[in-house]
Design a protein around this ligand. Structure first.
Ligand code: NAP
Length: 279
């Protein structure tokens, strides 16, 4: 049996083992996906173990998405552009890093909300790791403008500069004003379970234009205060689960070469989210 896993700290709450194992089983692939809790000091040894012949690859999550890069043999151009790796593929003992987070987000927009980013103006709230992958992916998908607001403005400015340097549109904005966008994305952790901000939305959506798509990438809880605000304002909305599933589906296809059974992955993840989070 082949092995896969998620490398991070913490990883106990990750949904990836649940929906990736459901996908492997449904596709008839003899492999098992494990949670590989990896403190910083253990990262080199953990990445080294991916060269074993029975390992197909791994996902990488907080806090190792940048630190893993010098430990790999090669990088996909998209991962090099973003400066972060969330997927490692092992072939013939060689490790290649990919980033499927941003592409997973764009795939979720297209397939689950029927939203095509090309030519559209988008407002991103947040400038952390997730916002970074999403900003580059929106640029590659030819969004006409990507405005970034962040609680700590210097971080938004730095991200906008990096994306600009890669020849794509991005601009830091001092205020999160919702008017004038086709899509507004919450990439902050505001609203996420366990943060103490569960009842908060990072923006007042009452002034958004009709038809503006409101996307929250937070997926626990499924129904965030930001999504509530969107519904109250009569806006179409999308939660965070589709991004999680499509980044995983793209990784699955890189590891196995088989099409990902996306419906199976959604079902397994939704069942797990309906249960109380592990302590
Ligand atoms: P991160 O790198 O730690 O960034 C956190 C972001 O949230 C920063 O922009 C931070 O602003 C902002 N923030 C935190 N608390 C805030 C508050 N009280 N008010 C305003 N802004 C606040 O985290 P990340 O990896 O980007 O993840 C962000 C969220 O996305 C998490 O909830 C994560 O679970 C979710 N996520 C979902 C997916 C998916 O597949 N659906 C994938 C990745 C992440 P400062 O810079 O000012 O601190």
């Amino acid at each position: 049996m082949k092995r896969l896993g998620i490398i991070g700290d913490p990883v106990a709450h990750s949904l990836s083992p649940i929906f990736q194992n459901a996908a492997l089983e449904a596709a008839g692939i003899d492999a098992h996906y494990e949670a590989w809790h990896t403190p910083r000091a253990d990262l080199p040894a953990r990445v080294g173990s991916l060269r074993d012949g029975d390992v197909l690859g791994a996902n990488v999550t907080i806090p190792h998405k940048g630190a893993v890069i010098p430990l790999l043999d090669g990088l996909d151009p998209r991962a090099a552009l973003v400066g972060a790796v969330n997927t490692v593929v092992q072939r013939d003992g060689k490790l290649t890093g990919y980033n499927t987070d941003g592409a997973g987000f764009v795939e979720a927009l297209r397939r689950e909300a029927g939203f095509e980013p090309a030519g559209k103006r988008v407002l991103l709230l947040g400038a952390g790791g997730a916002a970074r992958g999403i900003t580059f992916a929106l640029g590659q998908a030819e969004a006409s403008a990507v405005h970034i607001w962040n609680r700590t403005p210097a971080r938004a400015e730095r991200l906008a500069e990096d994306v600009h340097a890669a020849g794509m549109p991005a601009e830091a904005v001092p205020e999160a004003s919702p008017a004038g966008y086709a899509c507004i994305v919450n990439c902050t952790s505001v609203g996420m379970e366990g943060t103490g901000t569960e009842s908060e939305s990072p923006i007042n959506l009452a002034q958004a234009e009709p038809g503006t798509l409101a996307v929250d990438i937070v997926y626990r809880p499924a129904d965030t205060a930001f999504l509530h605000a969107a519904q109250e304002a009569g806006l179409p909305s999308l939660g965070g689960l589709p991004m999680l599933i499509y980044q995983g589906a793209l990784a699955f296809e890189l590891w196995t070469g088989a099409p990902a059974p996306v419906d199976v992955m959604f079902r397994a993840a939704r069942e797990a989210l309906a249960r109380p989070a592990p302590p």
